[in-house]
Design a protein around this ligand. Structure first.
Ligand code: HEC
Ligand code: HEC
Ligand code: HEC
Ligand code: HEC
Ligand code: HEC
Ligand code: HEC
Ligand code: HEC
Ligand code: HEC
Ligand code: HEC
Length: 503
């Protein structure tokens, strides 16, 4: 019975809840409808005579216009003739900031090149002009192309005005260098900007081949674009780190385009799978080198065999310093082995592992050092040193973990134990010096820490056993005490029982 009434009350509450929700939704829908109607009403006339549309079409009647916008234009003009002209125009300016701004740019600079090419002709070649850093800095078309920007006619482009027209491909670097290699001009605008791009470009393979008449190499606009040139720090710039491989790959990954040069076209593909490429693409880590970090921005050279260490050393400072001190620096340079790249590769550099070190299969040292040679022995000894450190560290780790599990506080020992790992990492670094003494010192330091950790772990575990044993004594005492209390509690109970039975 009670259950049934409870169920009934429950369904009643449920129903009234649903009713309430329905009413609320209905109210909301009505409200929204009312609000949108109210908002739509004053907008209606503006929509038929869009000021943005009418203004744009008065400025550029030649541009393609749909039938719809044509009608709007007619409507707007009709309104003007009805005498509301001036007020309407004011309202138009206020309501169409975009269009007004555009007009101001042209008006401010008095730039007929922009008015004609951008606003009137809607020239495809300059469609990205509004984003161009040169426009942002107040430069005009005429600053690059020459011509008279105050003349609204095509006569503005006569030779007599200094008009240079479209530069030939081979002339583009010089064309850009007119400003970018002129420190006086550039430093007035930005005191910190470099002005060596052209000089460096001339020393690059690209620049040298262009001088020789090869027009397929990269010129300034192949890497930076044209009429939409962005700052290199802008994420949309083709030379922004994340975009560089694609920019270089447009040519270097195109086998047909590069066929005549007999150089590989796999740099981008290989780079993508490298430790550096993964860092860039998967982690968006801009600390990873991209093409220009190793090849230079403007002096695009493959690094000289003997200077690769410096290229890598920009970031891997310690490895570079160690390598330079090693017998390999002299030996590699003499025999023409590429520094760093001989052992690590260039575009497909992978994560390293201890398996690379030594003389077993997969190790690289035995590629050049035969069994019985000093190099062979040193390689084997170095690997053995690393393996023994790893083994001792593992032992120490397990003993300390055992102590922690047994409830002994060893956090200080664990903290100190980290020095062993530092030594392990350091040994892989110092290895590049190929100096057995320096290497063994690092390993010995690590081993000492690892063994100290083992000692602390072992002592702690012994202590835990000891404590366990001692922990039994109080336990026994407690058990005895409990037993005593139990006995005592039983005694009065039986007395009262007896009392109960008595009457
Ligand atoms: C009245 C409109 C008008 C004005 C003003 C104007 N141009 Fe042109 N311009 C044209 C037309 C039309 C062409 C030829 C069509 C084309 O090549 O796109 C042209 C062509 C060009 C070309 C390509 C020439 C070539 O060698 O292929 C450049 C560069 C150029 N204009 C720059 C300028 C500069 C800089 C200014 C300002 C000093 C300017 N224009 C002013 C209409 C104009
Ligand atoms: C930073 C220098 C620079 C500025 C500023 C510049 N141009 Fe150019 N322009 C060039 C270069 C370089 C080329 C050659 C592009 C090529 O070879 O593909 C060129 C080519 C052109 C062409 C020929 C396009 C073609 O494909 O035939 C036209 C038209 C032109 N520019 C118009 C303009 C107009 C209009 C402006 C201003 C809105 C302007 N340029 C601003 C550097 C500039
Ligand atoms: C009329 C002079 C002039 C010419 C010609 C010129 N530039 Fe510039 N350029 C400038 C100025 C000024 C700046 C802005 C410098 C600043 O504020 O840092 C600039 C900025 C740049 C930047 C952005 C630099 C940055 O901060 O990353 C690039 C890229 C660039 N120009 C490339 C070119 C290329 C490519 C050409 C040839 C097609 C060219 N410029 C031709 C004057 C010029
Ligand atoms: C092979 C591609 C390539 C070519 C060709 C090239 N650049 Fe660059 N440019 C770059 C890269 C990459 C950067 C730097 C991006 C960064 O800083 O991360 C750069 C940066 C710049 C900058 C910014 C200032 C600086 O030096 O860092 C200017 C200005 C510039 N280039 C102008 C030019 C001019 C002018 C030319 C032609 C003489 C040219 N570039 C040719 C790739 C190129
Ligand atoms: C417009 C196409 C084009 C673009 C873009 C381009 N390159 Fe090149 N590059 C070439 C051509 C063509 C050669 C000439 C190859 C040769 O002569 O061996 C070359 C040569 C080179 C070389 C010398 C290769 C050798 O050993 O002969 C290097 C390094 C190089 N480019 C790096 C780059 C980098 C890095 C970028 C991007 C920042 C880049 N290139 C962008 C076309 C391009
Ligand atoms: C970590 C540094 C590094 C990075 C990143 C790098 N390169 Fe290289 N690249 C080198 C070295 C070192 C060489 C020279 C190796 C040699 O001569 O065998 C080289 C050689 C080249 C060559 C000459 C032909 C060849 O393959 O040997 C070209 C072209 C080239 N790189 C283009 C690129 C492009 C494009 C990118 C970007 C996708 C790139 N590189 C990224 C270091 C790098
Ligand atoms: C612009 C900086 C930069 C340049 C230049 C550079 N690297 Fe790196 N490299 C990194 C970064 C960042 C990592 C990933 C972080 C790390 O593990 O050190 C890395 C990782 C590596 C690794 C893997 C390290 C590991 O833990 O196994 C190797 C090997 C390597 N780089 C070799 C090279 C060589 C060889 C060159 C020159 C041809 C080079 N790098 C140029 C920044 C750079
Ligand atoms: C003789 C071969 C050889 C040369 C040359 C060489 N390396 Fe290594 N490198 C190795 C080996 C082997 C390892 C792996 C060591 C290990 O894990 O036990 C390694 C590991 C590395 C690591 C990861 C470990 C660490 O130190 O962080 C980096 C980064 C590295 N090398 C960079 C370089 C750079 C940069 C150069 C040039 C200056 C270079 N290497 C030259 C063989 C070489
Ligand atoms: C590309 C070949 C090459 C590789 C790979 C290589 N080495 Fe060497 N190594 C040399 C050359 C060349 C010398 C200098 C020999 C000389 O001057 O007589 C040298 C010298 C040495 C020396 C000095 C003793 C001697 O033989 O002169 C040691 C030790 C050594 N290497 C160890 C290693 C170790 C460890 C590795 C692996 C990490 C390694 N090498 C990888 C080429 C190589």
């Amino acid at each position: 019975m009670a259950m049934e009434t409870f169920e009934k009350i429950k369904t009643m509450i449920k129903r009234s809840l649903w009713n309430a929700v329905f009413v609320v939704i209905l109210a909301l829908v009505t409200l929204v409808a009312l609000v949108s109607r109210a908002a739509a009403q004053p907008q209606a006339p503006a929509a038929t005579a869009s000021p943005a549309f009418s203004q744009r079409h008065r400025e550029a009647p030649a541009s393609p216009a749909g039938a719809d916008s044509g009608l709007r234009l007619a409507l707007a003009q009709e309104k003007k003739e009805n005498g509301k002209g001036k007020e309407e125009e004011k309202a138009e300016k206020a309501a169409a900031p975009a269009a007004a701004e555009k007009k101001e740019v042209a008006a401010d600079t008095g730039d007929s090149c922009v008015s004609c090419h951008v606003d009137e002709l809607r020239d495809e070649a300059v469609k990205n002009w509004s984003a161009d850093i040169h426009r942002e800095k107040g430069l005009s078309c005429a600053d690059c192309h020459g011509g008279n920007k105050r003349d609204p006619q095509e006569s503005s482009m006569e030779k007599s005005t200094g008009f240079r027209g479209k530069p030939a491909r081979a002339d583009i670097p010089k064309f850009c260098a007119a400003c970018h290699a002129d420190p006086n001009f550039m430093r007035q605008r930005n005191p910190s900007i470099r002005t060596d791009q052209y000089d460096r470009y001339l020393t690059s393979i690209h620049g040298r081949r262009l001088e020789e008449g090869d027009k397929k190499v990269a010129t300034c606009i192949d890497c930076h674009g044209v009429h939409g040139i962005l700052r290199s720090a802008n994420v949309n710039s083709p030379v922004y780190a994340l975009n560089v491989p694609k920019t270089c790959g447009r040519c270097h990954s195109n086998p047909q385009y590069m066929a005549q040069y007999k150089i590989p076209t796999d740099q981008v593909t290989q780079y993508r799978t490298s430790v550096h490429g993964k860092l860039l693409y998967e982690k968006s880590d801009l600390g990873a080198p991209v093409c220009n970090d190793c090849h230079g921005n403007h002096g695009a050279f493959p690094p000289e065999v003997t200077s690769i260490a410096d290229v890598c050393g920009q970031c891997h400072v310690i490895n570079r310093d160690m390598f330079v001190k090693s017998p390999h620096k002299v030996g590699f340079d003499k025999e023409g082995h590429h520094e760093c790249a001989t052992c690590h590769g260039n575009h497909s550099i992978q994560l390293t592992s201890d398996a690379m070190l030594g003389v077993e299969q997969g190790a690289i040292c035995a590629r050049c050092h035969e069994s019985g040679s000093q190099g062979f022995d040193v390689a084997r000894a170095m690997r053995a040193g690393i393996e023994s450190l790893k083994a001792e560290m593992e032992k120490g780790k397990q003993l300390l973990a055992g102590a922690t599990n047994a409830g002994i506080e060893v956090s200080q020992a664990l903290y100190e134990f980290r020095a062993a790992n530092v030594a392990l990492i350091q040994s892989r670094n110092v290895m590049h010096e190929i100096n057995p003494k320096a290497f063994n010192d690092v390993i010995a330091g690590g081993l000492q820490v690892a063994r100290q950790g083992q000692k602390v772990g072992r002592t702690a575990i012994a202590e835990a056993r000891y404590r366990k044993l001692w922990a039994l004594w109080p336990l026994l005492g407690i058990i005895l005490m409990l037993a005593g209390i139990g006995l005592r509690l039983r005694a009065p109970k039986s007395e009262s029982e007896r009392k109960e039975k008595q009457p």
